[in-house]
Design a binder for this molecule. Structure first.
Ligand code: NAD
Length: 478
């Protein structure tokens, strides 16, 4: 049994109370982690501030970039062990966890190269002044991440913050903290100065809330649910600090009759079943032009029935959900569909040899769902796809925009004019035409509008979110 510690100020420290970490594939106890509270959070924030005042704060951007690159190399060196750990902890198929490790390493590599390429401008103004802008780190940044893609979310949030010279305090989700602890060990090995990289584990309402409310932090990067996002934003407001919110979605995939339908069906099934549907940008509504609705849903149903569900280590198409609560939540939505007489077009069998203590849910395709129905409005966060008929472009736009969310959308059509018209009219942070996710590249800015949040992560754009611009004006006379 692994008993883990927090990583604060370059030291591994325990807490008085511990939390069990449970395997989603079979319910067995994997490890214990500190159940931190205000005291541990306070120590981590103080250590981060001391790092900014000390060795870390004195490093130049190139030196910071080299540390990030070293960390990326260490993640790649330990890729297989990290993938196995992530698969055990989250329940995801091990090959999906391998790709998460690759992404995490890539975030550190990308922002390593970017660290010394952010620079300000000089601005023509008065003849006898020189006006310039420079970018500075916010200070201590807080990173609260969810359980669905821990390694990816940590890389996405922490790497640009460190590249810009912030000192970070990372709070992983209590269900999936193990790779955060592994990442801290690698950061220590890479040589990050004491206090620049801190990890505090614990419950959201204790450690997470204490971190979000701490007066010593200068920015919060939060990825998680809309409900908690609102609490975090309120906490940030009390300290008048900026916050990046990456929240949920109810992302539409819009399919017109002229699309490459086999490609569309392949991508649409993948986008709702990857990570057992626990993906913020999962394409969870498919909007299908009336003339092909029956044949296209028949193809989707066939593909759903062929999906293989099993333990993460079995490396099939889908693993279990992360915990019992999520399983109950998703199954309640499927029960609601039955109660309301919605048409269940496919329900995948779960492999007979899966453990009864695992949190498995049958991937489910539901047809002719009214756009205003709860199943078409709320984020289910499981492998449940709802199909909706559309008449034309206007109908597609109205339904696509008709939820509180605005994270991602897919448009499938051979008519590029129509694709672009829809891309402009759909209210969401990203639109994919004839693909979904574009390979998930680290280089592509990502974020939401409406209830899906605000601020952008990934790409070069993220660096500006982790920096504050300062204007300097020098009067030199004329
Ligand atoms: P969650 O909001 O329950 O938890 C996210 C994190 O917040 C965890 O670390 C948790 O411990 C912490 N937390 C919980 N209560 C807190 C509080 N009161 N104060 C501070 N922190 C607190 O979310 P989840 O269930 O772990 O993740 C699923 C959600 O995340 C979904 O809605 C999903 O769409 C969203 N998500 C969004 C993105 C994105 O980029 N937009 C990416 C991944 C997940």
């Amino acid at each position: 049994m692994n008993m883990h510690s927090n990583y604060i100020g370059g030291a591994w420290t325990s807490a008085a109370r511990m939390i069990d970490v449970i395997s989603p594939s079979d319910g067995r106890k994997l490890a214990e982690i500190p159940r931190s509270g205000a005291a541990e959070v306070d120590a981590a924030v103080s250590a981060a501030q001391a790092a900014l005042d000390g060795e870390w704060g004195k490093l130049n951007a190139t030196a910071r970039g080299r540390l990030l690159l070293r960390l990326s190399q260490l993640i790649t060196r330990d890729a297989e062990a990290l993938a196995r750990l992530e698969s055990d902890d989250v329940g995801k198929p091990v090959s999906q966890a391998r790709s998460d490790v690759t992404s995490c390493a890539r975030y550190f590599e990308y922002y390593a190269g970017a660290a010394d390429k952010v620079h300000g401008e000089t601005i023509p103004s008065l003849n006898d002044h020189l006006v310039m802008t420079i970018y500075e780190p916010h200070g201590v940044t807080a990173h609260i991440v969810p359980w669905n893609y821990p390694l990816q979310m940590m890389g996405r949030s922490v790497a640009p913050a460190l590249a810009m010279g912030n000192a970070i305090v990372l709070k992983p989700a209590e269900d999936t903290p193990l790779t955060a602890i592994a990442l801290a060990k690698l950061a220590e090995e890479a040589g990050f100065p004491q206090g620049s990289f801190n990890v505090v584990t614990g419950l959201g309402e204790e450690a997470g809330a204490a971190l979000a409310a701490h007066p010593g932090i200068s920015h919060i990067s939060f990825t998680g649910s809309r409900e908690v996002g609102m609490l975090v934003q309120a906490a940030a407001a009390r300290n008048t600090i900026p916050v990046t919110l990456e929240l949920g979605g109810k992302s539409p995939q819009i399919v017109f009759a002229d699309a490459a339908l086999v490609d569309a069906a392949t991508a649409i099934v993948k986008a709702i079943t990857q990570n057992a549907g626990q993906t913020c940008s999962a394409g969870s509504r498919v909007l299908i032009e009336d003339s092909i609705y029956d044949s296209f849903t028949a193809d989707l149903a066939k593909r759903f029935r062929e999906l293989r569900v099993g333990a993460g280590a079995d490396d099939l198409d889908l693993g279990p959900l992360v915990n019992a609560k999520q399983k109950e939540r998703v199954e309640a939505y499927i029960a609601l569909a039955r109660k309301d007489g919605l048409s269940i077009l496919a329900e995948t069998e779960i492999a007979a040899r899966t453990d009864n203590n695992g949190f498995f849910v049958r991937p489910t395709l539901i047809g002719d769902v009214p756009p205003e129905h709860r199943l078409a409005q709320e984020e289910i966060f499981g492998p449940v796809l709802v199909a909706i008929r559309i008449k034309n472009e206007d109908d597609a736009v109205a339904i696509a925009n008709g939820t509180p969310y605005g994270l991602a959308a897919g448009v499938w059509t051979a008519d590029m004019g129509r694709g672009l018209r829809l891309a402009k009219r759909i209210k969401s942070g990203q639109v994919f035409i004839n693909n979904y996710g574009a390979g998930g590249g680290v280089e592509m800015p990502f974020g939401g509008v409406k209830a899906s949040g605000h601020g952008r992560e990934k790409g070069f754009e993220a660096l500006y979110g982790f920096a504050s611009m300062k204007m300097i004006a020098i009067k030199h006379g004329g």
